[in-house]
Design a protein around this ligand. Structure first.
Ligand SMILES: CCCCCCCCCCCCCCCC(=O)SCCNC(=O)CCNC(=O)[C@H](O)C(C)(C)COP(=O)(O)OP(=O)(O)OC[C@H]1O[C@@H](n2cnc3c(N)ncnc32)[C@H](O)[C@@H]1OP(=O)(O)O
Ligand SMILES: NC(=O)C1=CN([C@@H]2O[C@H](COP(=O)(O)OP(=O)(O)OC[C@H]3O[C@@H](n4cnc5c(N)ncnc54)[C@H](OP(=O)(O)O)[C@@H]3O)[C@@H](O)[C@H]2O)C=CC1
Length: 515
């Protein structure tokens, strides 16, 4: 029997961020592998006009729980939602709920965070740092707590090239920064944010670095481990190959490439693309929870959860596999044929943006206007360019993460645990993974049926014909203008035409002689 699965049976778990991408996969795996888990408390806030109860009811119906639904049809009875808002004092948890949590919880998995790169500093700080601090002080009061697992990011220390499994000194004293945020005007904060975050590319990675330091400060009082995943992508195997439900990380760009919208992207083709499948991260998280609770390591362990050092794959190779998969399995109603110019050269990239993004968008919008419809392509491209600008920091350079703690943990697992909670990325076959990623994005994110592929291929053929016709017309027009204006161009043109004519006459004469 798996020790990890056995450990969670009978335990009470608290998960923050359970409605998010990783939280859902964590909850699913936990409920499926340890069906006798006592209860899984999840902190959920009402959102977009939906109450907490409505959100949870919708969530448990989602595809991600299909496997667990089959194995244990009453799995949702184990899920106990708690109304909470991590940015509010005491997390906005009612006194009754709080008592229940403090007396019951054995393991905390803290996944909630804002992952947006453009989040205003104040809000990122409130949620990623102060929210974590509040949760830690709650955890200190939990009577039966055995482990606290904090999900950070491998890019929390992206201002360094080599990142070990240690906590680095924080860029600033958190308390001072929080005090500043309290009295300073929002617009001033916005203005000084680049100065405050310094070497960090965005408020997300900066606040995750601050949160790591806070977590470490609790190591004397709590049994803690930190997991640092790199760019979390679609699942490798579980619950289904290619399962994905949001546009974060590389997913949005992959889909934009499949739709033929993204035709050029600024990347260093040789830089390592440190993608990590979501199920690998979750297996490591559950294994680390078990190890922290059962073996109680003397020091707080940080686990870098990355692929680059073990099984590297470059952005250039990702681009190649994404495009070839989408040519074989096209997305519906593509804007253009999938193709990707990938370069780290600013000028070349700007050229391709003008030629293959802006020009087609303008032409398309003109066509929409002429046919009495609302233009929308330029707006989509402006949004895409904004996203590309925020992501290029991660696609134009490489980092090296050490993974000793992760490897040591793997060595501690029984063969059964290693099979059920596999996080050995040496076995990852990239081309197969990328293919499943693209198909998963098509099926689970865009809700496209695989039976629509012949029609999508037909649509691509139509786009190819339109493109050929357009290019030929353009070439003829340019040439006609050129000939009309330049004597030299005319001479070249007559020379080429007479050469062709002579060649044809010779060919015809020699074939007549042969007969
Ligand atoms: C050949 C190709 C190779 C690929 C080669 C490049 C890969 C390049 C990856 C680098 C990856 C670095 C990753 C760093 C390492 C971490 O730490 S990964 C995790 C960290 N967080 C993230 O990835 C989040 C990054 N995203 C953001 O911060 C924000 O989305 C951005 C980029 C600022 C854009 O903000 P925005 O313009 O306001 O757009 P956003 O609100 O996100 O989306 C608006 C709507 O469009 C939808 N949407 C977004 N994208 C799409 C899409 N593509 N299609 C359809 N709908 C979409 C959204 O679902 C959303 O819908 P609603 O929720 O409004 O209904
Ligand atoms: N995705 C990735 O590529 C990576 C993620 N990580 C880390 O993994 C963790 C999970 O990320 P991921 O699942 O992708 O993120 P998601 O954005 O999918 O999920 C974030 C979760 O946090 C919750 N949350 C956000 N704000 C609040 C709030 N104010 N109060 C309560 N809950 C809140 C969200 O709830 P709601 O549904 O209500 O919005 C959601 O459940 C994060 O800590 C992130 O930093 C690390 C590396 C890469």
């Amino acid at each position: 029997m798996s020790s990890i699965a056995a450990y969670y049976n009978g335990k009470t778990i608290l998960i923050t961020g359970a409605t998010g991408f990783m939280g859902k996969v964590l909850m699913e795996k936990l409920l499926r592998s340890s069906p006798d888990v006592e209860a899984v408390y999840i902190l959920v806030r009402p959102k977009a006009g939906q109450s907490m109860q409505e959100r949870v009811a919708n969530m448990v119906k989602s595809k991600v729980f299909d496997r667990v639904r089959e194995d244990c049809p009453n799995f949702q009875e184990k899920i106990k939602p708690i109304n909470a808002e991590l940015t509010q004092p005491n997390l906005s948890i009612s006194a009754k709920d709080l008592q229940e949590l403090l007396s019951q919880v054995n393991v905390v998995f803290h996944c909630a965070a804002t992952v947006r790169f453009d989040e205003p500093l104040k809000h990122a700080l409130l949620l990623n740092v102060m929210g974590t601090q509040q949760l830690l002080s709650l955890a200190r009061q939990m009577q039966k707590l055995e482990a606290f697992i904090h999900i950070s990011t491998a890019y929390a220390n992206c201002n360094r090239r080599n990142i070990d499994e240690v906590i680095y000194p924080p860029p600033v004293e958190t308390k001072k920064l929080c005090d500043l945020m309290e009295w300073m005007d929002e617009s001033v904060i916005q203005e000084i944010t680049p100065k405050l975050i310094g070497d960090w590319p965005n408020t997300y990675t900066y606040t995750k670095a601050l949160a790591e330091y806070l977590v470490q400060q609790e190591k004397e009082h709590l049994n803690i481990a930190i997991i640092r995943p790199s760019i979390v992508g679609a699942s490798w195997h579980e619950p289904f190959p290619g399962w994905i439900d949001n546009f974060n990380g590389a997913s949005g760009m992959i889909i934009a490439a499949g739709k033929g919208i993204l035709q050029t992207v600024k990347v260093n083709n040789e830089a390592v693309a440190d993608l990590i499948p979501v199920d690998v991260v979750i297996n490591l998280t559950l294994a680390a929870g078990w190890y922290t609770a059962v073996h109680r390591p003397k020091t707080m362990l940080v686990y870098n959860c990355t692929t680059g050092g073990i099984n590297p794959f470059c952005w250039g190779e990702i681009g190649y596999h994404v495009i070839s998969t989408f040519k074989r399995n096209p997305l519906e109603q593509a804007f253009r044929i999938p193709r990707a110019q990938m370069t780290s050269n600013y000028l070349i990239n700007q050229y391709w943006i003008a030629v293959s993004h802006k020009a087609p968008a303008m032409l398309y919008d003109l066509y929409m206007r002429l046919t009495g419809r609302k233009p929308r392509m330029m707006k989509i491209f402006n949004r895409l360019h904004k996203s590309m600008l925020l992501l290029e920091y991660f696609t134009c350079q490489s980092w090296e993460w050490s993974s000793e703690n992760t490897n040591t943990l793997m060595a501690q697992l029984s063969p059964e645990d290693r099979r059920l909670f596999n996080f050995d990325v040496r076995q990852l076959h990239w081309s197969e993974y990328i293919e499943n990623y693209c198909i998963g994005a098509k099926k689970y994110l865009l809700n496209e049926d695989m039976s629509g592929i012949p029609a999508a291929k037909q649509h691509l053929r139509k786009l190819r014909n339109i493109q050929y016709a357009f290019n030929t017309t353009l070439l003829v027009i340019i040439w006609r203008i050129f000939i009309a204006r330049s004597q030299m161009a005319r001479n070249i043109w007559y020379f080429v035409v007479s050469l062709c004519y002579k060649f044809l006459s010779y060919f015809r004469a020699s074939s007549t002689l042969r007969h």
